[in-house]
Design a protein around this ligand. Structure first.
Ligand code: ADP
Length: 239
């Protein structure tokens, strides 16, 4: 088994992680916090606008370095890595899903998913098969040759999820994945995330949507940069 990916090692471990933007004036966007996300967890991160959700996402996704604390991803101390190694770790271990899909409009669903494998060392001859299987996993085996413009919003987001999954990440990190979708499409994406969680994927969703938060088994609230594990129902903490 690959080092750091056994079931005992948490996927995310924050120890005193915080970020203060230097300013002036300095802004404590995320106060030092501890957080453990275990393998197979489904965690929602909620909080009002400006509370620090993006700051949290950028740190968890290795896009920004914290200004305090230690972040272990799959047991690897990310603060000790050089920039190039951190970028490589991000590509290997984290699958990103964004609100606005970020698909290339002139490329088919299959080609969009294949592109995720171009830089991760997957041999060329294996890419199409793996991409096809990822699209089947999200229920789009019949739409592999469609352009994104011919797909519904929910289907586009499912292509984006296939692209995130095809590299076999440890963590699916979703930023408002239903933010651009109507209720029907949001439901289909939410059902897929729930299914992936049931199949063992670790899913972390940053969201404003109480329905998304309600599906997660753990909820983290951020308010004024202070992160806390929530006990209360999602609609009570969204404010
Ligand atoms: P959210 O995603 O919940 O809307 P953010 O993480 O974007 O919140 O922002 C948290 C706080 O940090 C806000 O007060 C915001 O104004 C501030 N902030 C975000 N980015 C920067 C930056 N680059 N420099 C200074 N302050 C920032």
């Amino acid at each position: 088994m690959e080092a750091g990916t056994d079931t005992e090692t948490p996927v995310i471990e924050f120890r005193g992680i915080g970020l203060t933007y230097p300013g002036p004036p300095p802004v404590a966007a995320l106060r030092p916090c501890d957080l453990t996300v275990k393998r197979g967890d489904f965690v929602a991160v909620v909080g009002p606008s400006g509370s620090g959700k993006s700051t949290f996402l950028n740190i968890a996704g290795l896009l920004d370095a914290p200004t305090s604390g230690t972040y272990l991803l799959d047991g690897i101390d990310t603060g000790k890595l050089r920039d190039a190694d951190r970028t490589a770790l991000r590509g290997l271990r984290i699958g990103f899903v964004f609100q606005s899909f970020h698909l290339l409009p002139q490329r088919t669903a299959l080609e969009n998913v294949i592109l995720a494998l171009v830089y991760d060392g997957t041999p060329r001859r294996e890419r199409a098969d793996r991409a096809r299987r990822a699209l089947e996993q999200v229920g789009l085996g019949h739409r592999v040759d469609s352009l994104p413009t011919r797909l519904s919003g929910g289907e586009r987001q499912r292509v984006a999820i296939a692209r995130a999954l095809v590299t076999r990440p440890s963590l699916l990190l979703c930023d408002e994945p239903t933010g651009n979708l109507d209720t029907v499409n949001a439901d289909s994406v939410l059902a897929l995330l729930t299914q992936l969680h049931k199949d063992g994927m670790t899913v972390l969703v940053i969201t404003h949507d109480p329905l998304v938060a309600a599906r997660a088994e753990n909820m983290v609230t951020i308010r004024d940069g202070v992160l806390s594990l929530s006990e209360s129902a999602p609609h009570e903490v969204l404010g």
